[in-house]
Design a protein around this ligand. Structure first.
Ligand SMILES: Cc1cc2nc3c(=O)[nH]c(=O)nc-3n(C[C@H](O)[C@H](O)[C@H](O)COP(=O)(O)OP(=O)(O)OC[C@H]3O[C@@H](n4cnc5c(N)ncnc54)[C@H](O)[C@@H]3O)c2cc1C
Length: 289
């Protein structure tokens, strides 16, 4: 089936209007941002909303800025803006490294961080980064806003805590002076979804890893992260043995399934190897800071 079912459409010009439209139309109304995930689902009839609420006209949902000790990324910010952002590159180069290998320029110019995170695809790259960096999601509804740690935002494949009548408005990332970060991905061909990816940050101070975050995608890691891998590293010297032990702990804590992209053993191997490579690079970057 290549044609979506008939659907109502409304374009919102403010967050309040978008929430009001969603509320008026109940559970079967959906936000549409870039449409790169939702429209294919509608064509396949895997999603069948009655009403689409277009948020592309809401200027306050776009852009990347610093507020206090956080980087704030609006939900409507496009992949291409994340790729070229000087702010994100200065503090967390893993964003640019990941965006270079997310989809293709056509998708990146339209697809948004909010759409990517709300779609909750088990192979989404930005969701792994959100969890690795321990970001915070800001969600608006008619009663105001609530904040949810990115590590609690995804409740399962294609499922999040964003409820009917709510909109993800921004994602916030804490700035960590001296942090190094890196992203490693294996894909079958350029622009494809990950077979496996790892995105990490590390803070090394006085020869010790004082903070770390390990995000994983496409390998069945709960909430796209590995607290076990982080616990194996924090408080230790960033030696090759300790990095390898953390990478193995991260891999052991993942739960990949076999599909057309590869068998379980291969994905588990990639989870370990990509985490190790990313940790090495992040440690070097942190020590060079
Ligand atoms: C060919 C192709 C290749 C791709 N490759 C990759 C890849 O390698 N890695 C990767 O990570 N991704 C990949 N993607 C996915 C891509 O990143 C997403 O399709 C895109 O980011 C989704 O954003 P969107 O704005 O288009 O979302 P939409 O399709 O508009 O929305 C997706 C979902 O999120 C909801 N939503 C959107 N915004 C909000 C909001 N602010 N608040 C509440 N709900 C919201 C919608 O209701 C819908 O359920 C690929 C996509 C394509 C088409």
């Amino acid at each position: 089936m290549q044609t979506p079912a008939p659907v109502e459409y409304a374009k919102a010009s403010s967050i309040a209007e978008a929430i009001s439209l969603l509320e008026q139309n109940g559970d079967e109304s959906r936000v549409i941002a870039g449409g790169y995930s939702l429209l294919p689902m509608m064509k396949l009839r895997l999603a069948r909303p009655d009403m689409l609420v277009d948020i592309n006209g809401i200027a306050e949902l776009s852009g990347i800025r610093i507020e206090g000790n956080e980087i704030v990324v609006g939900a409507l910010t496009r992949h291409s803006e994340i790729l070229s952002s000087a702010i994100l590159f200065e503090h967390y180069p893993l964003f640019r490294q990941a965006e270079h290998v997310i989809a293709d320029p056509i998708v990146r110019v339209r697809g948004t961080i909010g759409g990517s995170m709300c779609q909750a695809d088990p192979a989404a790259d930005l969701s792994a980064i959100g969890s690795a960096l321990r970001g915070t999601a800001v969600i608006a509804n008619s009663g105001g806003t609530r904040t949810v740690p990115m590590r609690e935002f995804h409740t399962g494949p294609y499922d999040t805590v964003v409820a009917a009548g709510e909109i993800l408005t921004e994602v916030r990332f804490p700035i960590r002076p001296g942090a190094g970060s890196a992203y490693e991905k294996v894909e079958r061909r350029a622009g494809d979804w990950a077979v496996a990816s790892a995105g990490v940050f590390v803070v090394v101070s006085g020869g010790i890893v004082t903070d770390a975050g390990i995000g994983l995608t496409a390998v069945g890691a709960d909430h796209y992260c590995s607290p076990e891998g982080e616990a194996a590293l924090i408080g230790k010297a960033p030696t090759e043995d300790n990095l390898a032990a953390a990478a193995k702990a991260a891999s052991d804590s993942s739960n990949p399934y076999a599909d057309q992209r590869g068998p379980v053993d291969y994905k588990r191997h990639l989870a370990s190897e990509l985490t190790l490579r990313a940790l090495r690079r992040a440690v070097n970057a942190s020590q060079g800071a």
